[in-house]
Design a protein around this ligand. Structure first.
Ligand SMILES: [Ca+2]
Length: 571
């Protein structure tokens, strides 16, 4: 079937003369959904299915069963090959192309160890989203980042990381999959709609936030705007912290979940509120003045004078938390990752994949903290060079963390060997992240948000990155990059927080209308998020707050409903 009719070629030539678009991105005769399977051609790319989906599909996890608009769903594979382990590899992807297209493209970066093509709806928050990119008319792409997660009893809890014995799969996971996907997706858009996207975006949280920051550093030519949530931009270093935490908690009790029962972590959270809540001018259960809080709060004040009781912590518990929040060091005292802020969200115990408790102390799988399951597997297979395989059962994973040596094992995140030509720090982290010279020169825009009670990636690490970026740009980083701390939020979701927001629209407004965001209104999922206190509402309307661009913070104006964002300003 011909893709280009003569008249279309003439039109394409005219467009080529008028602008600098690459030949494959110029206007063409649109190719319908059904025809894409046979008509779309791109190097090393195979379309495996196309499906026209009628309006009305709903997406799990959203605040309501919003109907998705009619769209064309395309699935495919890029760069199919056999790995050094003899297994088949490819960059699996899915693209959803709405009938009513806004002219925008979004690369939805997924999280965790990737390995699954999550549906390409472009949800802007993990849970309770009230909108998504597909609803807003974006063409959305999602991928598995170049490998397929393995499952089953034989691989246990490390199936998501087995890909890492293959050097190319590591590079794809780190950055190369997105580098291959973006131009292909734009070509697919140009084929289907007859014109290239007018603007392109990348969005993700957690490891997806890392993907987004890596794209800002490596692929500034591809994306006009980047939205990075709770970004694991130093993921291998954060993984070293996993071992540090497991060792600290195990010193209190070898059964980590028993080291800090939920009541003890709530005690810590309440003590933080006692010292810090009012420092921002309003005792409302939220710590907006995080810097002042760090000076005011001292975990040692919680230590029992005598026996352990309900209102104090044992000496071993205080030592462990102090160690965890100070961050890992080697025997010379060199800092191996970051310190962490004391905040009101550390008592969050929602047993999903976002909460402080689930990551650090007691996860949803076999009661093992996620840092000891997913985290230990990543350390062993993905961030250590050469890989140091570990069995996928909880005792073996925990033991690998207990045996981890901060003098001899931690340096392996910087190691290369043989076919592994890039270290974990090289393939996972954004190069020259505190410079972003190309990104800025091209006029790109970036929004980063980060829950201040994130248990996986320290908010302090992100704040320090932003401070360094700001120094390197003579105090004017805000011209192109802004950081929005989310008080109390845990890992991309959850916690006693207003964690329902649409940063994507704010980013679009900045990129396309030049309107730099000072604040973004966020809402608490009162009633739906169990970490949100019941009184965070007024007459049934849930609490809202402005999220403020760092270093500003939401400040009560002294009058008006304390559950209404309109009573606050960013100062
Ligand atoms: Ca407060």
């Amino acid at each position: 079937m011909p893709i280009l009719r003569p008249v279309a070629i003439a039109a394409a030539t005219l467009v080529l003369a008028a602008c600098s678009s690459t030949p494959e991105m110029v206007a063409r005769t649109p190719v319908g959904c059904a025809e894409l399977a046979s008509s779309f051609a791109s190097p090393h790319t195979r379309i495996t299915s196309v499906e026209a989906i009628a309006q009305g599909v709903t997406v799990p996890g959203m605040a309501q069963p919003y109907p998705m608009p009619a769209h064309c769903k395309v699935t495919g594979k890029m760069n199919e090959r056999t790995g050094v382990d003899g297994k088949p590899y490819a960059i699996g992807f899915e693209m959803r192309l709405p009938v009513q297209w806004s002219g925008r493209f979004l690369l939805q970066a997924n999280g965790g160890a990737d390995g699954v093509v999550q549906p390409a709806f472009g949800n802007v928050v993990v849970n309770g989203a009230t909108t998504n990119a597909l609803m807003q008319g974006f063409a959305v792409l999602s991928s598995d980042a170049g490998h397929t997660a393995e499952s089953g009893p034989a691989v246990g809890l490390v199936g998501g990381n087995l890909f890492s014995v293959d050097p190319q799969a590591r590079l794809d996971y780190g950055y190369q999959a997105n580098g291959a996907l973006a131009p292909m997706a734009k070509k697919l858009i140009a084929t289907h709609y007859g014109k290239a996207p007018k603007t392109s975006y990348m969005m993700g949280c957690s490891n997806g936030g890392r993907h987004a920051m890596v794209a800002a550093a490596r692929y500034a030519d591809q994306f006009d705007g980047v939205l990075a949530g709770n970004p694991g931009f130093n993921l291998p270093k954060a993984a070293v912290q996993h071992a540090w935490d497991i060792q600290a908690f195990s010193a209190v009790n070898p059964d980590i979940k028993a080291a800090f029962p939920p009541d003890d972590m709530r005690l810590v959270a309440n003590a933080v509120l006692d010292k810090c809540d009012a420092l921002d001018g309003l005792a409302d259960g939220m710590v907006n003045n995080l810097p002042a809080c760090q000076k005011a709060f001292d975990i040692r004040a919680l230590q029992c004078k005598g026996d352990k009781g309900a209102q104090c912590l044992s000496a071993a518990q205080v030592t462990a938390l102090d160690k965890v929040f100070s961050g890992p060091v080697n025997s010379k005292g060199d800092r191996l990752y970051s310190d962490w802020p004391w905040d009101a969200g550390v008592g969050a115990s929602q047993m999903g994949f976002g909460s402080w408790r689930a990551w650090k102390l007691q996860g949803p799988i076999a009661g093992v903290p996620i840092i000891g399951a997913l985290g230990a597997g990543s350390v062993a297979f993905t961030f250590t060079t050469p890989p140091k395989p570990v069995a996928g059962n909880p005792p073996a994973l925990i033991k690998s963390m207990l045996d981890y040596n901060f003098d001899t094992d931690a340096p392996k995140i910087y190691a290369t060997q043989g076919l592994f030509t890039e270290s974990a720090m090289q393939f996972m982290t954004p190069p020259k992240a505190t410079e972003l010279a190309d990104f800025k020169a091209r006029g790109r825009k970036m929004i980063v948000y980060h829950g201040t009670s994130d248990p996986v990636f320290s908010y302090n690490d992100t704040r320090n990155w932003y401070e360094a970026l700001n120094r390197n740009h003579q105090g004017r980083a805000a011209d192109f990059a802004r950081l929005f701390p989310v008080p109390g939020m845990n890992h991309c979701q959850g916690g006693p927080a207003t964690e329902q927001f649409d940063m994507l629209s704010a980013l679009v407004d900045w990129v396309e209308n030049g309107k730099a965001p000072q604040s973004v209104v966020a809402t608490a999922r009162t009633g739906a998020n169990p970490d949100v206190p019941a009184n965070w509402q007024t007459a049934g309307k849930p609490r809202s707050r402005p999220l403020c661009a760092y270093p500003q913070m939401a400040t009560y104006q002294g009058h008006g409903d304390i559950n209404d964002a309109a009573s606050f300003s960013c100062r």
